[in-house]
Design a protein around this ligand. Structure first.
Ligand code: PEP
Length: 246
């Protein structure tokens, strides 16, 4: 099955009412490759204005979601609140949440389970630190993160995997096409332990200092099915990344 190319934009804790409006206007005015699925993730504060302002084929994601129904969970956001706001995606397990906010593999898996079982699509992130890469542990670390997910998930059809080496995020140090392809291929191999169908159909995105200059080469790799873009998703060049295969 051909996997539809996917480009996500993670705004992180950036943007103002005015700047998000500007990004929305830029995306609405652009000629976007219709063969690419585009999802942008502004902060919780800007989700509704982004959803209401954006052309309908561009989807919106939250950057986190909780694994419980509505209730006494101060500061959290629920799956049903997102659905009510016409938001069908979330990012989970971003390395900034795993490291700074100390979300464990199990917590990320539990959130992913709750989200997908309740109809939300998930951009599920994984990746190794520089220390782990230098110790030759990249595949081991990513496999452990995937194992924790597999322990809780049955339905993989709502999951897009983003491989994001931590040392490449926001650093300007992009993984080489060979480094990225090698890990993507290993993830696809690992997915065969779920099923051949899941390995064949699951999109695996690369994330880590993707920009309009390096996206073309990366996009040609057989196991790279798109990107999760941080810093560059706030700039007009995000459109060039979406259109990298035109
Ligand atoms: C990210 O945070 O998901 C990311 C890939 O960031 P950047 O593109 O800025 O490295």
């Amino acid at each position: 099955m051909a996997r539809k190319f996917f480009v996500g934009g993670n705004f992180k804790m950036n943007g103002t009412v005015a700047s998000v409006k500007e990004i929305v206007a830029n995306l609405n005015a652009a000629n976007l490759d219709p063969e690419v699925e585009v999802v942008v993730a502004p902060t919780a504060l800007h989700l509704i204005s982004a959803r209401e302002g954006l052309r309908k084929e561009v989807e919106v994601a939250s950057q986190n979601v909780y694994d419980k129904p509505n209730g006494a969970f101060t500061g959290e956001l629920s799956v049903s609140q997102l659905a009510d706001a016409n938001i069908h995606w979330t990012i989970l397990g971003h390395s900034e949440r795993r490291t700074i906010l100390r979300e464990s593999d199990e917590v990320v898996a539990s959130k992913t389970k709750y989200a997908t079982e309740n109809g939300l699509n998930v951009i599920w992130c994984c990746g190794e630190s520089l220390e782990e890469r230098e110790a030759g542990k990249t595949i081991e670390v990513v496999s452990k993160q995937l194992e924790a997910l597999k322990a809780q998930i049955n339905d993989w059809s709502k999951i897009v995997i983003a491989y994001e080496p931590i040392w490449a995020i926001g650093t300007g140090k992009v993984a080489t096409t060979e480094q990225a392809q090698q890990v993507h291929q290993a993830i696809r191999e690992w997915l065969k332990s779920v099923s051949d169908k899941v390995a064949d159909e699951t999109r695996i995105l690369y994330g880590g200092s993707v920009n309009e200059k390096n996206c073309g080469e990366l996009s040609k790799q057989p196991d790279i099915d798109g990107f999760l873009v941080g810093g560059a998703s706030l700039k007009p060049a995000f459109v060039d990344i979406i259109n990298c295969r035109l």
